[in-house]
Design a protein around this ligand. Structure first.
Ligand SMILES: Nc1nc2c(ncn2[C@@H]2O[C@H](COP(=O)(O)OP(=O)(O)O)[C@@H](O)[C@H]2O)c(=O)[nH]1
Ligand SMILES: [Mg+2]
Length: 424
């Protein structure tokens, strides 16, 4: 008897449980899959994180991170159904600066492949943490192939301004029709023992960064940019608006590391430059920076260049008459493919010849790393004030292979105290 009544009680409890579950599931909305962020109703003043969510909700098959189940019976269904359109995402951060802050006409830019994603993430995070979370400038991403949904989702969630993703037009990432592709192939064979010497894509990249990124439609409405590459780091807080600094101080080109180029990659770049200058002397600025790039008043190139993996610059210069004519001359000469001209010497030679030298600026206080070199401010006050996390003993700036000592000498600037201890 006891056994039978036991069974009846258990059956009754089980039946009640089933009825309860059926009632619960039939009342939950089937149109709100868990973890999928509901697009906020469009209202003015939507934050950039709203834009991130907006993007996520637009992707056909993209879900907010952490949702790998789309059924409404997941543990999180009650959370998602209470995430109504006006809710802030849980990771929204307060604005550090006045929401009406007048930003400059400027953007970050990163050229990257989909497979660069996880090397780019910490680089961007460090720029956001050290600078952009305060100022919220936009970020443009460019690629010669469509960006993956994963790439777009992660980057959108990471940047505090608006994230924009662009496809590079074919003509900006291919051989121009005057290039002899057999000769280019022979070059790659001949240069296979030089870093990136056998690479086609690296050459397209250098040509694109030399002559086309500032023409991309997503860049058209911007004047200044800050270039960020995968696997780089900012070592110090940047407690000023770098773009405002550029405009207010009439700077067109800013760098953190300068270095000597591998001569084998640019055998005829200087002779082509000399030909161009001889035919177009009007473009050479009066108070130029020729003595930074040449030790004999232009006879030969000393290989010094600004390392363009970090670059803050005014695109009016690249879009202007002098640089456009110079780039066209280099294009026709073919050295992007018949040699392995880098965008760094091309930009640096142009800036040094066609800009007055006071428009070129060294950001001493922006600690920065791109393998294998560190720019770590050797001035203790700068490092402490800006919470730098680098070892001054690692600094490359004053070493012989750097060109920044020359930058100071040619400009007649006083070097920071103790620089002699960092040479070698
Ligand atoms: N979309 C795209 N980006 C590239 C390609 N090759 C290099 N890049 C990007 O171009 C920049 C320079 O490339 P990187 O490999 O860092 O060259 P390195 O710094 O000279 O060693 C980085 O932002 C890369 O992500 C490519 O084939 N496609
Ligand atoms: Mg790099």
């Amino acid at each position: 008897m006891a056994k039978v009544s036991d069974r009846v009680v258990r059956l009754a409890v089980f039946t009640l449980l089933i009825i309860g579950l059926i009632t619960f599931f039939s009342s939950s909305s089937p149109s709100a899959p868990s973890g999928t962020y509901t697009k906020p109703s469009s209202s003015s003043g939507s934050s950039s994180k709203d834009k991130a969510a907006d993007f996520i909700s637009k992707g056909d098959s993209v879900k907010a991170s952490g949702s790998d189940s789309d059924s409404s019976n997941s543990l999180f269904s009650s959370f998602s159904s209470s995430s109504k359109s006006t809710d802030k995402l849980p990771f929204d951060v307060p604005d550090y600066i006045d929401p009406n802050y007048a930003r400059e006409n400027a953007t970050f830019i990163s050229l990257a492949r989909n497979e660069d994603l996880w090397e780019l993430v910490p680089a961007i995070r460090s720029v956001e943490d050290r600078f952009n979370s305060k100022y919220k400038y936009d970020w443009v991403f460019l690629n010669e192939e469509p960006f993956s949904v994963e790439f777009k989702t992660v980057m959108t969630s990471l940047v505090s301004g608006e994230a924009k993703f662009g496809l590079i037009p074919k003509e900006h990432w291919s051989f121009p029709d005057w290039i002899d592709t057999d000769k280019a192939a022979q070059t790659r064979e001949d240069m296979k023992n030089i870093i990136y010497g056998s690479s086609i894509s690296y050459r397209h990249m250098c040509r694109f960064e030399s002559g086309f990124f500032f023409h991309h439609e997503l860049m058209q409405n911007y004047k200044y940019y800050w270039r960020v590459e995968p696997s780089t780091k900012l070592y110090c807080d940047v407690n000023f608006d770098v773009f405002k600094f550029m405009r207010e101080n009439n700077k067109d080109y800013g760098f953190t590391i300068s270095i000597h180029e591998f001569e084998a990659t640019i055998k005829t770049l200087w002779s082509e430059t000399k030909k161009f200058v001889a035919a177009n002397p009007q473009y050479v600025a009066e108070d130029n920076f020729m003595n930074f790039i040449s030790d004999n008043n232009g006879e030969t190139y000393n290989l010094c260049h600004f390392w363009t993996n970090f670059e803050v610059a005014n695109m009016d210069f690249w879009r202007g008459e002098a640089y456009q004519a110079y780039f066209q001359h280099l294009e026709k000469a073919g050295g992007f493919f018949y040699e392995r001209w880098g965008d760094a010497p091309v930009h640096s030679i142009a800036a040094s010849l066609f800009l007055p030298q006071d428009r070129i600026h060294f950001f001493e206080e922006i600690g920065y790393f791109h393998g294998p070199y560190h720019h770590c401010p050797i001035n203790d006050e700068i490092r402490n004030k800006n919470k730098c996390m680098c070892k001054p003993g690692d600094d490359f700036t004053w070493q012989d292979y750097s060109c920044t000592r020359k930058y100071y000498d040619v400009k007649g600037l006083a070097k920071p105290l103790g620089w002699e201890k960092h040479t070698g």
